[in-house]
Design a protein around this ligand. Structure first.
Ligand code: ADP
Length: 227
């Protein structure tokens, strides 16, 4: 079964009478263990596509199935629950809660999913170790560098053992050296079996992915795998 199966997705935004056709019929699927980069010029619909795949927005037409479940047929409550336990999101600007420590940020999705305190604390500690930040567990998010914040955000994305990691320009705010650490981490996640879909302008990141889907003007124009 595909992790993601998107069929005939369109998305039209209407702003004060004017229509923007952000997606014009996109279909593709992602299998378990794939590492896929979605690339293309600014405004071609990459982020819109990622939001639809992640159930953060509704398509104008078409369907998205996550592990066989049609996302847009779910109630808001069920969709929120499925997102929490099945998808790990990584954002360009990290979106950590500044008043929490690194450890507490990683614990948060597990708390929301109702996992017991002792278990989630232990798992958050292991995940910080996995991303190389065991020594920063008690630091507030605001006391971390950009690269460290993104690695905490990746640990947080892994918290509930998601079926899918979705990342939107994860190196967009980082310099080359810290960006490279994030790329290495994605490589390791892929080697450890994660399914990763990343939207990026960054050729270094797109080159590391095994499959590349290129978009132009709301459509997929190429879908290539290497190796
Ligand atoms: P990309 O991620 O490739 O830069 P986006 O998916 O962000 O592209 O945007 C695709 C098109 O949809 C652009 O023309 C953009 O201006 C428009 N768009 C994106 N989000 C919205 C929105 N919330 N409201 C109106 N237009 C939007």
């Amino acid at each position: 079964m595909s992790v993601i199966d998107a069929r005939g997705l369109t998305k039209t935004y209407s702003i004060s009478g004017a229509e923007v056709r952000a997606l014009r019929g996109v279909s593709f699927s992602v299998s378990a263990g794939e590492y896929l980069a979605i690339t293309g010029p600014s405004g071609c619909g990459k982020s819109t596509l990622l939001q639809l795949i992640g159930g953060l927005d509704q398509p104008t037409s078409g369907t998205v199935a996550l592990m066989g479940t049609d996302l847009h047929a779910l109630s808001d409550r069920l969709l929120t629950g499925l997102r929490l336990t099945s998808i790990g999101f990584v954002f360009q600007r990290f979106h950590l809660l500044p008043v929490l420590t690194a450890l507490e940020n990683v614990e948060l999705p597990m708390a929301e999913a109702g996992r017991p305190k002792r278990e989630r604390r232990a798992r958050a500690g292991h995940l910080l170790e996995y991303v190389g930040l065991a020594g920063r567990a008690k630091h507030l998010a605001t006391e971390l560098s950009g690269g460290e914040m993104q690695r905490v955000a990746i640990a947080r994305a892994l918290a509930n053992e998601p079926a899918l990691i979705l990342a939107d320009e994860p190196t967009g705010e980082l310099d080359q050296a810290t960006g490279a650490q994030v790329l290495d981490l994605f490589d390791r996640l892929h080697a450890d079996g994660a399914t990763i879909v990343v939207v990026t302008h960054d050729d270094r990141l797109a080159d590391r992915a095994i499959r590349r889907v290129r978009m132009v003007d709301g459509q997929v124009v190429a879908d290539e795998s290497r190796g």
